[in-house]
Write a protein that binds this ligand. Structure first.
Ligand SMILES: NC(=O)c1ccc[n+]([C@@H]2O[C@H](COP(=O)([O-])OP(=O)(O)OC[C@H]3O[C@@H](n4cnc5c(N)ncnc54)[C@H](OP(=O)(O)O)[C@@H]3O)[C@@H](O)[C@H]2O)c1
Length: 367
């Protein structure tokens, strides 16, 4: 059943998750939001598997530099010789980066920034892109709009990743075969199970995205509802894009819940002493995973060899589980299809490559 059960959640939180064993030999991997938290730990796992290239994105160049430096420290433990050579190379050739990983800026609250990232990938990146992990995410307690005039969690957690995924789709598809498919992993959340009540009456909304972005959202505009909803939209998008790809698919699309983890996601709440104490207590009570443990879910979804079985699926604790009942219901399916077309409409105005990519690669209607 696609429901959040406290006891199964609580049991899973304490479980030791498998370390990924699969190889990324010869592959190019992009992990978005990699300077801290789950994205950082996932990048360390992937970097240790010697991909042909790992691009770990951060919001700005200063964070990219920090990430590269800390990644070097991690690599030093595991690949002392390689790292020494890379570090020596970097010292001798200022401005160059070790060939197997790089860190590029990607600010998801700006569509222009997402487009620049893709333009740079087109111009400087390798032809192949095998794995894209849409990990970055934000939780904002105060209603905030972006420069593109969308509510910030809607844009960062959903719209910008939809844009990034669609613009990079040709790379993902051209790098793959059905035997060795590319991967698109959207880092969602168990919070998506709690989002359905916010959509009560959404059938009557003129514009789903506009209504979700508005300051007054449905019956409750509470911040956790908005965050959870942005995570549900990711799962809906994953299902829609998966339904439009051929079967068997050269691109496996998956949404993953990393579990409740220690990270800096609640940083805005933790600025206040009392809230910091409450968040710490809740993390202790609910057995929050370390970021490293949570990242294993992401790496599993990105690398596991039973790829075709993961296509169009939602995963938690390194297993396929059912997404929320709402998305499986007739009403949820209608909502998801509306969401898909509205998303394509919005993103087509942002970048004229979008309609072309959608009509070329994603023509089938969802089931
Ligand atoms: N921690 C949990 O319990 C939990 C549970 C379920 C799902 N998740 C999901 O897991 C993912 C990773 O979160 P986390 O827990 O590791 O949190 P985190 O430590 O706060 O990391 C979030 C990452 O996203 C980046 N990011 C935030 N806003 C961004 C923006 N506007 N543009 C580009 N990057 C941005 C952050 O960069 P900066 O550091 O520069 O802000 C950081 O790299 C998120 O999608 C989150 O929703 C987390």
């Amino acid at each position: 059943m696609g429901k959040l059960s406290f006891w199964s959640f609580f049991g899973a939180q304490g479980r030791d998750l498998p370390l990924p064993r699969e190889s990324v030999d010869g592959k190019t991997v992009v992990i978005a939001g990699a300077n801290v938290g789950l994205g950082f730990e996932a990048s360390v796992h992937v970097a240790n598997k010697k991909p042909s290239l790992l691009i770990a994105t951060c919001r700005d160049t200063a964070k990219c530099k920090q990430t590269l430096e800390s990644r070097c420290n991690v690599l030093q433990v595991h690949y002392q010789i390689v790292t020494r050579v890379l570090l020596v190379l970097r010292e001798r050739c200022p401005g160059t980066r070790p060939a197997s990983f790089d860190s590029w800026p990607l600010e998801l609250s700006s569509f222009d920034n997402v487009r620049s990232f893709v333009d740079r990938f087109d111009a400087e990146g390798p032809e192949r892109l095998n794995i894209l992990v849409a990990n970055a995410g934000t939780f904002k307690p105060v209603y905030t709009r972006t420069q593109d005039d969308w509510e910030i969690m809607l844009q960062v957690n959903y719209l910008s990743f939809a844009l990034l995924g669609i613009l990079l789709l040709p790379h993902l598809l051209h790098s793959a075969t059905c035997d060795d498919p590319s991967r698109l992993v959207l880092v969602s959340s168990l919070g998506h199970y709690l989002a359905a009540p916010v959509l009560t009456g959404s059938r009557n909304w003129d514009h789903v995205l506009g209504a979700i972005s508005a300051e007054k959202l449905g019956a409750s505009g509470l911040v956790p509802s908005r965050y959870n909803l942005s995570k549900m939209l990711q799962v809906a998008f994953m299902r829609e894009i998966a339904a439009r790809l051929p079967s068997p698919t050269p691109l496996v699309v998956t949404a993953v819940d990393p579990g409740f983890c220690h990270s800096s996601l609640q940083r805005e709440l933790e600025k206040y002493r009392l809230l910091r104490m409450i968040v710490s207590f809740v993390k202790w009570l609910l057995r929050a995973r370390t970021s490293e443990m949570g990242s294993r879910n992401i790496v599993y979804a990105a690398l596991a060899t039973d790829a075709q079985d993961l296509h169009g699926k939602y995963m938690s604790s390194c297993e396929v589980v059912e997404e929320c009942d709402y998305l499986l219901s007739a009403e949820g399916k209608v909502f998801s299809e509306r969401l898909w077309w509205e998303t394509i409409e919005v993103l087509s105005k942002v970048d004229d490559r979008v309609p072309q990519i959608v009509s070329t690669y994603l023509p089938a209607s969802s089931t």
